[in-house]
Design a binder for this molecule. Structure first.
Ligand code: ATP
Length: 209
């Protein structure tokens, strides 16, 4: 398995290769990709070696070929089916944001407890009643979930998602979740992250590093 920080950088490299490199650029050297990604050329070479990709000393990396190779490793063979639980302000924004952005990530179901939201299409996705989580997840073969429910509901929903077969959770609820070690958990506490940025902003002194 590739380390998670490496996966993050590979994802960034692909994004840069697909969108930030001039269309006429056929090949790129590690120092050029490193400059775009704000990492060292050695880091780029190590990361690409982790997926078995080596460039040529004379021509560097082939842009399209490298983007495809990264995609092959990160995306696998089939699009990941994603569910989101908690169609509040954040949940709706995430679903709308993801729509059509990456074909390898497809939000196939959303859930909520609020009858005003369930049983209809929201942000282009059908919102199911949360009591049907297990059934829908199993039927659709969903493996990845995004949690945008309030703190007090998060652990219970996570337990149910795991028992339905979910293998990865992106958690926005500001609470540490307990999940089995075969479930990959990524926490994104937006308030804590912003608090951290505000702390460093308050304590920064221009011209020092
Ligand atoms: P809104 O005002 O639209 O409800 P919000 O972002 O202020 O949005 P939150 O209280 O953060 O709402 O809750 C996020 C969403 O999670 C809401 O849509 C809420 O109905 C839903 N929710 C709360 N508890 C559960 C639960 N147990 N299962 C599924 N969804 C839930």
């Amino acid at each position: 398995m590739i380390p998670d920080k490496t996966v993050e950088r590979l994802s960034l490299y692909r994004w840069l290769l697909e969108g930030r490199v001039d269309d006429s650029t056929v090949n790129l050297f590690s120092h050029q990709l490193a400059a775009l990604a704000c990492v060292t050329p050695a880091q780029v070479r190590r990361d690409l070696m982790a997926i078995g990709y080596t460039g040529s000393p004379n021509r560097g990396y082939m842009v399209k070929d490298l983007a495809a190779s990264i995609g092959h490793v990160i995306d696998g063979d089939e699009p990941a089916k994603v569910a989101l639980v908690g169609m509040g302000n954040l949940g709706r924004a995430i679903v709308a944001f993801l729509r059509g952005r990456r074909s390898a990530l497809r939000v196939v179901a959303t859930f909520d407890i609020d009858p005003a939201k369930t049983g209809r299409m929201i942000s282009g996705s059908r919102c199911h009643e949360q009591k049907h989580i297990e059934k829908v997840i199993r039927e659709l073969g969903v493996t990845v979930a995004i949690l945008t429910v309030p703190t007090e509901a998060a652990q219970n929903i996570a337990d149910r998602l795991v028992s339905a077969g979910i293998r990865g959770i992106l958690n926005y609820a500001p609470v540490p979740l307990r999940v089995p070690d075969w479930v990959y958990l990524e926490n994104r506490d937006v308030t804590a992250a912003l608090e951290k940025v505000a702390y460093f902003a308050r304590n920064s002194v221009e011209g020092t590093s």
